[in-house]
Design a protein around this ligand. Structure first.
Ligand SMILES: [Zn+2]
Length: 186
């Protein structure tokens, strides 16, 4: 009997499955970035079916609660026809914030898988530990670091672009302010 190898192989298969769904979440995060939204993508899977796909739409909907996870949870509950998502798995590119972690607990999701952790504001386990708080009536298994480098790159690239744009705006404004009055009249 070679149990350790079996377990490793099984874990390998599971990780491939996680990567497969995380790739979809990453595509959604890239869509968010293209729409000038903070790039977070989320997918909810039930058995072999993807029942929800969403990305952050806070700017578009002008709604501070329109995070990828929140939209995906609503979609999944509609698909299942129940608010309890007890046989579903949520994949998201970044560790959920405290709001989304609260919604994950309320939805009774058993497992959440994410790419990059957020040590400063993470609501799941990194900073606030909402997904594993014994005082709440539901704890969630967390799988972290799936396609972490890609998830981080999408986020860093987005904020790099934002900073560059802000810098260019400032330089343009300064140049404008320095132009002689005569020149400005022309
Ligand atoms: Zn959130």
């Amino acid at each position: 009997m070679n149990l350790p190898t079996d377990i490793r192989e099984e874990a390998g298969d599971l990780f491939d499955l996680h990567r497969w769904h995380m790739r979809k979440a990453l595509q959604l995060a890239r869509k968010a970035a293209a729409a000038d939204e903070v790039p977070v993508g989320a997918v909810i899977v039930r058995g072999t079916s993807v029942i929800a796909q969403a990305y952050n739409q806070v700017e578009l909907l002008k709604d501070p609660t329109a995070h990828a996870e929140m939209i995906a949870i609503t979609q999944a509950a509609n698909a299942v026809g129940d608010w309890r998502l007890t046989d579903c798995v949520l994949y998201v590119t970044k560790e959920p914030c405290p709001m989304c972690a609260g919604a994950i607990v309320l939805a009774r999701l058993p497992v959440v898988v994410w790419g990059m952790s957020d040590p400063q504001r993470g609501g799941a386990i990194s900073h606030f530990r909402i997904l594993q708080d014994e005082q709440l009536n539901h704890q969630v298994d967390c799988v972290t670091g799936v396609l972490e480098a890609e998830c981080r790159e999408v986020m860093q690239e987005f904020f790099r672009r934002k900073r560059d744009a802000a810098h260019k705006r400032r330089v343009a404004e300064e140049l404008d302010a320095e132009r002689p009055a005569d020149d400005q009249a022309n």
